[in-house]
Design a binder for this molecule. Structure first.
Ligand code: GAP
Length: 439
């Protein structure tokens, strides 16, 4: 796929087809915020469900949680986020243009107006807020979902009696006051994460680091992200987060450059030790084998959902020629496609066709949740629209279905998104085809 203007094309398609809109658009937007439309939320939910299935439900050693976004401010003192560990270097010119210093090639003068920069400052990325009517309690919108897991370590151990190694997982919103949000949903101020904190014995961290790396590679394949565009990058020394002793970033070749998609970190026992010190609660695990209390070490696969959605969109975007016309389609894996199949009467002004099509639609919808009815415009237009939504199958009910050609009675045409080819199949077989494809 040629990269020329690819981002513009994807952003425009995302809006045109109801995937992603600018946040607060009618008021001119709010930088770094995005709203998911009907197709986008379906795609995002399919990704989240796939992750939950692979990382939580298919395993016996992972416990899911859903913790509060607002947390006691001491959480962030303990974790190091209110300190120097969670800041970005910022410079500002006399005219008020602000930049992340580590993203600038020329750190002397402003690229917008040529003015000299002030001295570099450390800018904390957390959004602060006040809680309660008096407003005297400070809290923060969490910048990672991980801390909600660490502060519930004891609750999960006490209520679930897990055996080491085990993990706690959650999906949820995270917020960072990014200095320069950019590149569509890649760097936002409000975004979502899917995180596992996997607790292990210190002596076994390398083994589980490798195991989680392989699971993340498997997830790349399951989402249909182009594996040829994904690169594992070892993050060295000072570039790692303050809590990490080893980090691998999975970077993706986005149209605007190769950038971080997900991270895998060995967080040592930093967080549990710090929360034990600051809260006075012993966040330890009793090792039955050696009859001792240990503070487990942590392997953390951390996946941003919005960056996953973008990598899935970039990987799925196709342009080709069909029947002498240029077309655009999204070659999603059927299991992730926001619409699995579209059902349509050939003509919408023929009640007998519409009634039969409704019957097929209702039957299919009982078996598969993401089915769409579309009778807008002529059939060619409907196909093009579904191609842009990434619908794997378009099912059309025509006069043959009604028995005009007797041997074709109760058959429908099924159009394949990727080849544009159509075949005629009995209704029962079509249902099986769709169900099999999304398994
Ligand atoms: N708990 C570890 C942690 O939060 P991180 O590397 O800072 O580590 C994890 O973030 C993932 O969250 C990233 O790999 C990325 O997918 C996503 N992410 C981070 N900042 C983001 C932002 N501003 N916009 C969208 N996604 C972001």
């Amino acid at each position: 796929m040629a990269e020329e203007n690819l981002m513009e094309k994807i952003v425009s398609l995302a809006k045109r087809r109801g995937f992603v809109f600018q946040g607060s658009e009618i008021y001119g937007g709010l930088a770094g915020t995005w709203d998911y439309g009907p197709r986008g939320v379906a795609l995002k939910n399919n990704i989240k469900n796939l992750w939950w299935q692979m990382f939580v439900d298919s395993r016996d050693d992972i416990y899911g949680v859903d913790t509060a976004i607002l947390m006691n401010e001491k959480v962030w003192e303990a974790s190091g986020h209110t300190g120097a560990g969670f800041t970005d270097p910022v410079v500002e010119c006399k005219k008020g243009h602000r930049f992340r210093a580590d993203h600038l090639e020329n750190k002397e003068e402003c690229p917008e107006c040529g003015e000299a920069f002030s001295e570099q400052k450390a800018f904390n990325l957390m959004f602060e807020t006040k809680v309660g009517a008096e407003g005297d309690t400070t809290s923060y919108l969490r910048p990672e979902t991980a801390q909600g897991i660490f502060v519930n370590f004891k609750n999960v151990v006490d209520s679930m009696n897990p055996k080491l190694p085990f993990g706690i997982a959650q999906i949820g919103k995270a917020f960072r006051n990014e200095i320069a949000p950019r590149d569509f949903i890649f760097r936002a101020r409000e975004f979502e994460q899917m995180e596992v904190e996997y607790f292990v014995k210190e002596s076994e961290w390398k083994k589980y680091f490798d195991e989680w790396k392989n699971i993340m590679i498997e997830f790349i394949q399951s989402t249909g992200i182009d594996a040829g565009k994904v690169h594992e990058v070892e993050i060295e020394g000072d570039d790692r987060a303050h809590y990490s002793k080893r980090t691998i970033d999975f970077e993706f070749a986005y149209p605007f450059g190769q950038k971080e998609l997900w991270g895998l970190a060995y967080r040592t026992n930093h967080d549990l030790v710090k929360h034990t010190e600051h809260s006075g609660e012993a966040l330890t695990y009793f090792d039955e084998e050696n009859k001792e209390h240990v503070t487990p070490h942590i392997i953390e696969p951390s996946l941003g959902i919005d960056r996953t959605v973008l990598a899935v969109l970039v990987s799925a975007y196709r342009e080709d020629e069909l029947g002498g016309e240029k077309r655009v389609y999204l070659a999603f894996k059927p299991s992730l496609a926001p619409v699995k199949a579209m059902v349509s009467p050939l003509l919408k002004n023929k009640p007998e066709l519409v009634a039969k099509a409704r019957e097929v639609y209702d039957t299919l919808k009982k078996e598969v949740p993401q089915i769409m009815w579309d009778d807008n415009g002529n059939i060619g237009k409907r196909y093009r629209r579904q191609d842009e939504i990434g619908t794997p199958f378009c099912i059309t009910i025509d006069f043959d279905t009604l028995g005009e050609v007797p041997e074709n009675k109760d058959t429908v045409t099924v159009r394949d998104r990727d080849t544009g080819e159509q075949e005629r199949l009995p209704i029962a077989e079509v249902i099986k085809k769709v169900v099999d494809a999304i398994k």
